[in-house]
Design a binder for this molecule. Structure first.
Ligand code: HEM
Length: 439
C-alpha cells in the first residue's frame, strides 16, 4: 500500500530534493509534475537504447583485462564495474559521439572525469552546493568538486543543444541511440503538440532535461555496479550455477556469431535469473522511505493479530526490502543463492522467467512509480554475465586458505557483512576475492 500509492505516500521532500541540484526531475517531483517528467523520460527507455546498452556493455567487457592479475579483491571488482557502469551510462546516455575521456576546447576536464568525481562524492556534492564560499577558502577537493559541477553542467548544456540543433538526418540517428536524444525527441514532439492546444505546458524545460540526465546517471550507476559485483561473487561460490549458465550460452551466445540484442537477449533466461536472484539477496535499494500527505491508517501485523495504526504527515515509514526478500516464504533455501527458483520450464523444454508466488519481491519497486530503468539494467546485466562467462570461469580466491574455507568466508560476508550507502557495499571488500580462469 505505502509503496504502490505514491500520490498519498510520497518520498519526503527533504530526501527527494537532495539530487535536484541540476534541475527538477522524475525522481524529485510528485503528482502532476511527476507525470509530466515520467511521460517524457520513459520514452528514453526503448528498444533502440536497449540495443545500444547491449552492444556497449559487450564492447566494454571485452576491453577489461581479466587476465592481468591472478586474484582480484571484491573491492577491485567493484571499481572495475563502477567504471563499466559509468562508461555505458555516459555513452548510451549522452550519445556515442560524445568523447568520454578527451578534454574538448573550452573545457577543463573530460566528461567522465567530471561525472565520475561527482558521483563518487555525491554526498559531498549535496553539502557543497549549499555552501557559498570563495575559491581561495576552499580546500583542494572542494575546488575540484566546484570545477566538476560546473563542467558537467556545461557538458549537459552542449549535449542538449547538439541534439536540438542537429539536422534532420543526424538528429534521427542521435535521437534513436541515446537516452538524452530520445528524451529531447519526445520533448520536442510534446512542444509541437502543445502549440495546437491551450493546455498547460507538458514538456520539460532545459534545466529539467539536465536534472533528468543527471538523475539517470545517479540512479543507474551504483545500482548496476553493486548488482554486478554481488552476482560475480555469488557465481564464484557456485561453480555448478556457472555450468548451468554456460549451457545456455553455448546454445545461444558462445557458439553464435551474431550475438545481437534482438536475437540473443530474449533467450538468455538463465543469465537474467542470476540478476533476479542477486537482487533478492543483495538489492541495492533495501530501504526506501515514504510519508503520508494526510493522516492514514496503516494495517500492521502484531503478535496479537492484525491491527492498524494512524500515521500522520511528517512521520516516516521505511520499507525493509531485505525482510521480504529473505523471508521464510521463500522456503528453507531463502538464504542461499539459487537462480533456478526464477526459471520455469515448459513441457517442450522452453524456459521462462517467473517470480514465485507468495513472497514479496520488488527490487525495482512495484506499481506505477517503479524503476523506469528496469529493462535497461537487465539488458546491461545479462550482456555482462554472458560475455564474461562465455570466456571465463570464476573461482573463489583462496589466498592461502582451503577452497572450502575461502568459499564459506565469501558466502558469509555476501549475506551478512554488507552496508547500504546509495547502494549496497561489502564491509570489507579487500578481505575476499575471485580469480578468472580462461575456459
Ligand atoms: C539493478 C539496477 C536497478 C535497481 C535495482 C533499481 C531500483 C530502483 C528503485 C527501487 C527505485 C525506486 C526508488 C524510490 O522510489 O525510492 C528506482 C527508481 C528510479 N530508477 Fe532505478 N534501479 C536500477 C537501475 C536503474 C537504471 C540503469 C536507471 C537509468 C538508466 C534507473 C533510473 C531510475 C529513475 C530515474 C528512478 C526514479 C523514478 C521515479 O521516481 O519515477 N534505475 N530504481
Amino acid at each position: 500500500m505505502v509503496f504502490r500509492e505514491h500520490k498519498d505516500w510520497p518520498m519526503p521532500s527533504i530526501q527527494s530534493q537532495l539530487f535536484a541540484f541540476y534541475g527538477q526531475n522524475v525522481s524529485s517531483t510528485q503528482g502532476a509534475e511527476w507525470q509530466r517528467h515520467r511521460k517524457i523520460t520513459s520514452s528514453a527507455f526503448n528498444e533502440s537504447t536497449f540495443r545500444e546498452a547491449w552492444n556497449e556493455t559487450i564492447a566494454r567487457v571485452k576491453a577489461i583485462d581479466f587476465e592481468g592479475e591472478s586474484e582480484r579483491s571484491l573491492g577491485r571488482i567493484r571499481s572495475t564495474f563502477d567504471l563499466l557502469a559509468m562508461q555505458v551510462l555516459v555513452n548510451v546516455g549522452f550519445g556515442q559521439d560524445m568523447g568520454l575521456t578527451t578534454v574538448p576546447p573550452g573545457h577543463r576536464e573530460s566528461l567522465m572525469d567530471s561525472l565520475g568525481f561527482i558521483l563518487k562524492h555525491i554526498m559531498l556534492t549535496i553539502i557543497f552546493n549549499s555552501l557559498k564560499a570563495p575559491d581561495y577558502m576552499l580546500p583542494d577537493k572542494l575546488r575540484k568538486l566546484k570545477i566538476s559541477v560546473a563542467e558537467l553542467r556545461m557538458y549537459m548544456e552542449e549535449a542538449v543543444l547538439r541534439h536540438m540543433q542537429a539536422n534532420k538526418e543526424t538528429a534521427e540517428n542521435l535521437q534513436k541511440k541515446s537516452l538524452l536524444g530520445a528524451m529531447v525527441k519526445a520533448n520536442e514532439a510534446e512542444k509541437k503538440q502543445l502549440q495546437k492546444s491551450t493546455k498547460r505546458p507538458s514538456y520539460l524545460t532545459e534545466s529539467e532535461l539536465y536534472g533528468n540526465i543527471f538523475v539517470f546517471n545517479l540512479a543507474g550507476y551504483e545500482t548496476t555496479a553493486s548488482s554486478m559485483t554481488f552476482a560475480l561473487s555469488y557465481l564464484a561460490a557456485y561453480p555448478e550455477t556457472q555450468d548451468w549458465i554456460f549451457e545456455e550460452l553455448q546454445m545461444h551466445y558462445a557458439e553464435s556469431e551474431n550475438v545481437s540484442y534482438d536475437a540473443v537477449y530474449p533467450k538468455l533466461v538463465r543469465c537474467l535469473s542470476v540478476m533476479y536472484e542477486t537482487l533478492r539477496l543483495a538489492t541495492p535499494a533495501p530501504m526506501l522511505i515514504r510519508s503520508p500527505t494526510e493522516p492514514s491508517e496503516l494495517p500492521i501485523i502484531t503478535k496479537d493479530g492484525p491491527k492498524s495504526i494512524t500515521v500522520t504527515p511528517g512521520i516516516v515509514v521505511g520499507g525493509h526490502f531485505y525482510g521480504g526478500h529473505l523471508s521464510s516464504r521463500w522456503g528453507p533455501s531463502a538464504d542461499l543463492f539459487g537462480p533456478k527458483r526464477f526459471v520455469s520450464q515448459s513441457a517442450s523444454g522452453d524456459e521462462a522467467l517467473v517470480i514465485p508466488e507468495g513472497p514479496v519481491y520488488s527490487p525495482w519497486l512495484l506499481g506505477t512509480r517503479n524503476c523506469p530503468g528496469k529493462k535497461f539494467s537487465q539488458v546491461e546485466f545479462v550482456a555482462l554475465i554472458a560475455q564474461i562467462l562465455s570466456e571465463w570461469r570464476i573461482e573463489v580466491a583462496t589466498a592461502g586458505q582451503s577452497t572450502q574455507a575461502a568459499r564459506e568466508k565469501l558466502l558469509y560476508m555476501l549475506l551478512n557483512d554488507k552496508y547500504f550507502n546509495i547502494s549496497t557495499h561489502l564491509l570489507n571488500p579487500e578481505a575476499v576475492g575471485v580469480r578468472f580462469v580462461r575456459r
